[in-house]
Design a protein around this ligand. Structure first.
Ligand code: ARG
Length: 282
């Protein structure tokens, strides 16, 4: 049988990879600071530099625009320093918006703030959820299914609620390492059937599920995970990720992706990076 280049089972070559243009939602870190600690990365005694945070965030926004994506911006609210982490604001699939209900009181006001934005921007199917869930921090869509984190933030009861709302299969995964408290800190979707993840962040059962579902996944080393390398955004070709994740950058190149390293060191002081700042609308 004639084959075009790659042998069967071989990862797609770069020429076969295609970037898909997305519509993204971000929130300028105007009121960014670390004034409380709700994850091990946050140390309120360590100074933050607001100007640097703004600059790094702006560079990420401009990078997305240069890659052909559309970026919407939600107005930041004073007193909500973590609102820059737009991924947590909701989960959007097929235009349906599953609202976020935060675990910690420091962030609870963000749920309604994000939902208001959706209500005012033409989104008609909105759900204010019953169970705690932190949006796309813990819900990641892979093709026509959804991977869902639990263990630190999102209540596992939310997974059934999301499955019912979206009508798509939701697979629950348990996180066990407090440094990787959201699914998007331990796993990243690269293409509709490809992911990369850090096995040690998951319970043994969840690791087995991931091996079963994605036998060819890119696995992150301790070093890549420790610099938040999995907190990445992929459009199917370009993968935007922290530049310090050099191991992942090499693996992604071998797989035919175009990894683009960025520096978001200020936001990392709050335990967030590329994907945390990015809510995928479509
Ligand atoms: N300081 C924030 C928190 O602990 C960081 C959120 C990061 N967002 C993410 N999608 N992982 O809630």
């Amino acid at each position: 049988m004639p084959r075009n280049g790659a042998a069967a089972g071989e990862p797609a070559a770069r020429a076969e990879r295609k970037a898909v243009a997305h519509r993204l939602l971000m929130c300028r870190p105007q009121y960014f600071d670390v004034t409380y600690s709700i994850n091990p990365w946050m140390n309120p005694k360590k100074p933050t530099d607001a100007a640097t945070a703004l600059l790094q965030w702006e560079q990420l926004r401009e990078l997305y625009l240069s890659l052909g994506h559309t970026v919407e911006v939600v107005e930041p609210v004073p007193g909500l320093p973590d609102m820059v982490f737009a991924a947590n604001g909701a989960t959007v699939v097929d235009g349906k918006v599953f609202g976020a209900r935060f675990r910690h009181r420091e962030r609870t006001a963000e749920g309604p703030a994000y939902l208001d934005w959706f209500a005012g921007h033409g989104f008609r199917e909105l759900l204010w959820p019953e169970h705690i869930n932190e949006g796309e921090g813990d819900y990641l869509r892979v093709g026509r299914r959804i991977l869902a984190g639990t263990g630190f933030r999102t209540d596992s009861r939310s997974h059934a609620e999301a499955q019912e709302f979206f009508g798509l299969p939701v697979t629950g995964l348990t996180l066990v390492d407090p440094d990787f408290y959201h699914l998007d800190t331990a796993l990243s979707v690269l293409a509709p059937d490809e992911i990369m993840y850090y096995p040690a962040a998951f319970s043994p059962g969840s690791r087995a599920v991931l091996r079963e579902m994605f036998p060819d996944a890119v696995l992150a080393t301790d070093q890549d995970a420790a610099v938040f390398g999995l907190n990445a955004f992929s459009d199917g070709l370009n993968v935007v990720l922290p530049q310090a994740a050099t191991g992942l950058i090499a693996r992604l190149k071998e797989r035919g992706f175009n990894p683009i390293g960025v520096s978001l060191g200020e936001l990392l002081k709050a335990g967030g990076s590329v994907k945390c700042c990015t809510l995928v609308l479509s």
